[in-house]
Design a protein around this ligand. Structure first.
Ligand SMILES: Nc1ncnc2c1ncn2[C@@H]1O[C@H](COP(=O)(O)OP(=O)(O)OP(=O)(O)O)[C@@H](O)[C@H]1O
Ligand SMILES: [Mg+2]
Length: 340
């Protein structure tokens, strides 16, 4: 991929203080994440509920402060930007949320929602030009005829239409990066493809980079160029979407792929079911955070190394990286005595 990097996340940590009864604990929501998104690229960030996807997104948007590490968008370090510099940088990255009914002002008209950002960021445009640009953006997002949709209020629109308004409001500012946090998961299945198509179309027309957050690996596979798999605040595997899903290397990704529905309605063989305790971001373990649930760890006779040493992301091929001490053994494991 030769296009320039638009957004770069470096060793990002986001820790929240939480109370558990009388105890004060730290939730390591994001615990050392590196990501880069190139111009015009769709990078899917996937993982189970609670693994830190939204926290990564909100930190990129500077809605949450990083505990350490950095995020830069368009070459500007936004983790430390303040005042006017942060306001100017904000135009470069826009976000759409899971629930368009919650994220948009329900009584506002569609055209007002789309023009609002222009009023803030494009002082050079007069009201008539802002309206023109807003109508064009609504049209581009498939809300036609734009003149008619423009006057409708958010509460009068369907879920799919609302999400299109949110996309139009983000893209009218010509951002370099669009962060989409589960943008279709609240929508009726019949409306999802339409919204996905709008996003693909926008990438084509505007060459915008999209960080697409989803727990749906199958959707990531058809929609994204690259996939990063997150487990308890860490990226465990990252690579071209077809490779990560076609030949997953991390035992966690393999388990996710195993439970993916197949086109014929069946499943891909016996699933490597995830067992053990569910993810808990407050548990501090020196080793691999996945070990407690890892089928490979059990298969290999619970090697000490998995409990003692945190696996780092390392290149498996030029652009496919995996964070597992033993992922190379996955194809032909030599299982010890099966105790279950
Ligand atoms: N403001 C907060 N204060 C305390 N803990 C938080 C806060 N925000 C998130 N967390 C915790 O951080 C972890 C990651 O949460 P996050 O919402 O980023 O996960 P997610 O991958 O987006 O999950 P989901 O798929 O359910 O949206 C969770 O354990 C969550 O409870
Ligand atoms: Mg989330």
């Amino acid at each position: 991929m030769s296009k320039p990097v638009v957004a770069e996340v470096r060793d990002l940590h986001v820790h929240f203080p939480v109370r558990h009864g009388r105890r004060r604990l730290i939730a390591r929501a994001v615990d050392g994440v590196d990501l880069s998104v190139h111009q015009g690229e769709i990078l899917a960030l996937v993982g189970e509920s609670g693994c830190g996807k939204t926290t990564v997104a909100r930190t990129i948007m500077r809605l949450v402060e990083a505990s350490s590490g950095s995020v830069s968008v368009g070459g500007i370090d936004i983790t430390h930007a303040r005042g006017g510099a942060l306001r100017r940088a904000r135009r470069e990255f826009q976000m759409i949320f899971q629930d368009p009914f919650e994220s948009l002002p329900v009584n506002a008209t569609a055209v007002d929602v789309v023009s609002e950002g222009l009023a803030i960021h494009r002082g050079d445009l007069d009201a008539a030009s802002r309206r023109q640009a807003a109508l064009a953006a609504l049209e581009m997002c498939g809300l036609t005829p734009a003149e008619a949709v423009a006057q409708r209020r958010i509460f009068q629109l369907s879920g799919g239409q609302r999400q299109r308004v949110a996309i139009a409001a983000a893209l009218v500012l010509e951002p370099r990066l669009l962060v989409a946090d589960e943008p279709v998961s609240m929508l009726d299945v019949s409306l999802r493809a339409g919204v996905i198509r709008v996003l693909l179309d926008m990438r084509e027309r505007l060459d915008v980079a999209i960080l697409f957050i989803t727990h749906d690996l199958a959707l990531a596979g058809v929609f994204a160029d690259r996939v990063a798999v997150l487990y308890l605040g860490r990226v465990v595997e990252q690579g071209p979407a077809a490779e990560v899903i076609g030949t997953p290397r991390h035992p966690y990704t393999r388990a996710l792929v195993d439970v993916m529905p197949k086109a014929d309605g069946g499943r891909r063989g016996a699933p490597a079911l995830l067992t053990g305790e569910p993810p808990n971001a407050t548990a501090a373990t020196p080793g691999c955070r996945f070990a407690a649930r890892c089928p490979l760890y059990r298969q290999l006779g619970e090697p000490e190394r998995c409990r003692a040493e945190q696996p780092l992301l390392r290149a498996a091929t030029t652009d496919h990286a995996v964070a597992c001490h033993f992922s190379d053994l996955e194809e032909s494991p030599t299982p010890k005595e099966n105790t279950t």
